[in-house]
Write a protein that binds this ligand. Structure first.
Ligand code: PGA
Length: 253
């Protein structure tokens, strides 16, 4: 434990880019090349990008000889079969994915990913050795109603109940829905308060050292203040992960 920051030295720092549905072969090649050459890999820090599934093969080719990891933005809860449009964890393994985002608020809101589905997806990823990045977060209405804590605990409990002791192999991302893509970031103190709540809950499940990322309008100029908080172990970066200089500045913050 660092007595100045309250940070646990056991937990390194992880920054993950979430490209969402952006990119193309030419643009990706440039972005991946710039990230790979600009990443200095400071001690205890990890960098990863979660790309659209068709580009996993491209990410694998571009990054496999670098220290940068890659992953998917979703994964099916099912192993195989008649699930048109789905991509299984086993398939992601074949493309070298270390991570799969599950429960992003855009999937919860637009694709009916319920707490139960998110939990099943996390379990499916873990079964294949993929680290699920489990996203939780409240809407603006929920925050204003004072239910932030209840919402994020409901979301994380669904996953903890499903995965049991494998929870220690997950990553959790707190992403307040009102901060995603809006330019409105939670203050470091607001984010830390939710992270501390999540940390207590995770510790109760034996997952005390799970990396807890913050996501929602993280930029180069606010990353350092956020990442400096005791229970914020890095970030899940949307828009700013599409520009190499901005993303690298966040990763090095
Ligand atoms: P943003 O997105 O950084 O563009 O706000 C974060 C996310 O949705 O993961």
């Amino acid at each position: 434990m660092d007595t100045k920051t309250g940070k646990n030295a056991m937990r390194g720092k992880l920054v993950v880019g979430n490209w969402k549905m952006n990119g193309g072969l030419a643009a990706n090649a440039a972005l991946l090349g710039e990230i790979a050459s600009g990443w200095t890999r400071p001690a205890g820090r990890e960098l990863a990008v979660c790309v659209p599934s068709p580009y996993l093969v491209q990410a694998q080719a571009a990054l496999s000889s670098t220290p940068i990891a890659w992953g998917a933005q979703d994964v099916s809860e099912h192993a195989a079969g008649a699930y048109t449009g789905e991509v299984s964890a086993g398939m992601l393994v074949e493309f070298g994915c270390r991570y799969a985002i599950v429960g992003h608020s855009e999937r919860r809101a637009n694709f009916c990913d319920s707490d139960g589905v998110v939990a099943a997806k996390a379990k499916a990823a873990l079964l294949k050795g993929i680290v699920p990045i489990v996203c939780v977060g409240e809407t603006l209405a929920e925050r204003e109603a004072g239910t932030t804590e209840a919402v994020v605990l409901r979301q994380i409990d669904a996953v903890l109940d499903k995965v049991g002791q494998d929870a220690s192999r997950m990553v959790v991302a707190y992403e307040p829905v009102w901060a995603i893509g809006t330019g409105r970031t939670a203050t470091p103190v607001e984010a830390q308060a939710v992270h501390a709540t999540l940390r207590v809950r995770l510790a109760r499940s034996g997952a005390v050292n799970v990396p807890l990322l913050y996501g929602g309008s993280v930029k180069a100029d606010n990353a350092q203040a956020l990442f400096g908080m005791a229970d914020i172990d890095g970030g899940l970066i949307g828009g700013a992960s599409l520009k190499s200089t901005e993303f690298l500045a966040i990763a090095h913050a």
